[in-house]
Design a protein around this ligand. Structure first.
Ligand SMILES: C[S@@+](CC[C@H](N)C(=O)[O-])C[C@H]1O[C@@H](n2cnc3c(N)ncnc32)[C@H](O)[C@@H]1O
Length: 294
């Protein structure tokens, strides 16, 4: 299959089967947010497996996906505390772990668990294959605010490069989960914020490189890749979510067309049945209160 056959496509199919479409060593970044096995309803049973089946399946897709990565590529995986210990061990046997990033979902304090502490974060593993992995820190530096700059206004700091370029993001990322009223929000129960995904793409995928997401959900990774001038490829099992991805990408196309230097068009291989469902959308939102997985 030629590059044009799989680049900038989201295939509405099982990721394990679909990976065969992608040549080995063709992907710069695997950025993925698999089912956490917490019993969410994705219209399939992927989040309700026995622990043994879930871990076996996870190992299976990891071993099928890793050959797709370039030698200097990286992998980010979203998890929760429930299975991150087992899955991190699994990945550490195959790659080098660079960070455990904590996504603080900024959940407000209102009730929650009464026999344990309320879980308000997701756990993200950042892994690489080799020492010379691609990482563009300058692309994700956080500018110092005016107050900090002022506090560093003593003559020894004037003109200091670090003060101008901003600081290195820490491994605790405080970004609000997407609320129902958020303009970015789509009809998917565990949609991730673009702000987080775009940071990973900018830091760990070179411009015009390729990002692979095996579990696209509402297509956040594809949208982030488009916005950052990268290519994407991925899979999603649920045809309703594939339709959402198609809608989101089409909206991106419109925005890009309205802006100068528009990126090349992208596609989602959505089955006809899902396309019919997509517009007008009559399905009631299946969203539950929490937008993250736990
Ligand atoms: C945690 S969600 C991803 C959410 C996504 N990051 C977003 O921002 O919208 C996981 C997704 O994986 C999909 N999925 C589960 N098993 C799959 C499989 N074998 N192949 C492809 N997709 C699958 C589910 O339907 C679900 O939409």
């Amino acid at each position: 299959m030629t590059a044009a056959g799989w680049i900038d496509q989201v295939f509405c199919e099982d990721a394990l089967a679909g990976l065969a479409r992608i040549p080995d060593g063709a992907v710069d970044l695997i950025l993925t947010d698999p089912p956490y096995n917490l019993g969410k309803d994705y219209g399939n049973d992927s989040d309700s497996q026995t622990v043994e089946d879930y871990l076996r399946w996870t190992e299976q897709w990891i071993d099928a996906a890793l050959p797709k990565l370039k030698p200097n590529g990286s992998l980010y995986i979203f998890l929760t505390w429930r299975f991150s210990p087992e899955i991190f061990v699994l990945l550490k046997q195959r790659m080098t772990m660079m960070n455990e990033i904590i996504w603080d979902r900024r959940v407000p304090s209102m009730g929650g668990s009464v026999r344990s502490y309320s879980s308000v974060h997701d756990t993200i593993g950042f892994f690489v294959r080799r020492k010379d992995y691609y990482f563009d820190l300058d692309a994700v530096r956080i500018p110092y605010d005016a107050e900090t700059k002022k506090a560093r206004s003593r003559s020894i700091f004037v003109g200091a490069k670090w003060l101008e370029v901003g600081y290195n993001p820490k491994d605790l990322w405080s970004v609000s989960r997407l609320h129902r009223e958020h303009p970015e929000r789509a009809d998917h129960p565990t949609q991730k914020p673009l702000e987080i995904i775009e940071r990973m793409v900018k830091a760990s995928c070179p411009p015009a490189g390729v990002v692979l997401d095996l579990f696209m959900g509402s297509g956040t990774t594809a949208i982030a890749a488009r916005r950052c001038g990268r290519h994407f490829v991925g899979f999603e099992l649920n045809p309703d979510y594939c339709a959402i991805i198609a809608e989101r990408l089409a909206r991106e196309e419109q925005l890009a067309a309205a802006a100068p230097a528009a990126a090349p068009p992208a596609a989602v291989a959505v089955p006809a049945a899902a396309k019919k469902k997509a517009a007008p959308r009559t399905r009631k939102p299946v969203l539950k209160r929490s937008s993250a997985n736990s």
